[in-house]
Design a protein around this ligand. Sequence first.
Ligand code: MN
Length: 135
Amino acid sequence: MTTSSDKAARPLLLLVEDNAKNVRLFEEILGANGYRVSVATEGEQAVELARTLQPQLILMDLQLPGMDGCTAAEKLKADPRTSEIPIIALTAHPMPEHRRQMLDAGCAGYIAKPISYKPFLAEIASALSGQLQTV
Ligand code: MN
């Protein structure tokens, strides 16, 4: 049973990442920093899980099998059930046009992999606090 104080203390993040090694790394970092993590490995699955789990934040890899991360982000932002959930885009191939594309798709932030530990956690904290201000 999850109480509302658990929810505030241990926010649920949806990690969308198809690389198993990255999944383990992110789960370890996020778990060690007090976050709960659910994982989707494909864009379609990410959209479904976001609807049912209502995570407080989504970390979205751009390069996914099937539906890519940008398309998944657009779907999430177009759906009133998930449009308020902030999304941080992750990419192993950062390019200026990706950044523009992801911000246009409604993403709150954009992070290059391999991640730097502190800026990564700071970005998550700031996206979560931004969300809390609007609640
Ligand atoms: Mn990928």
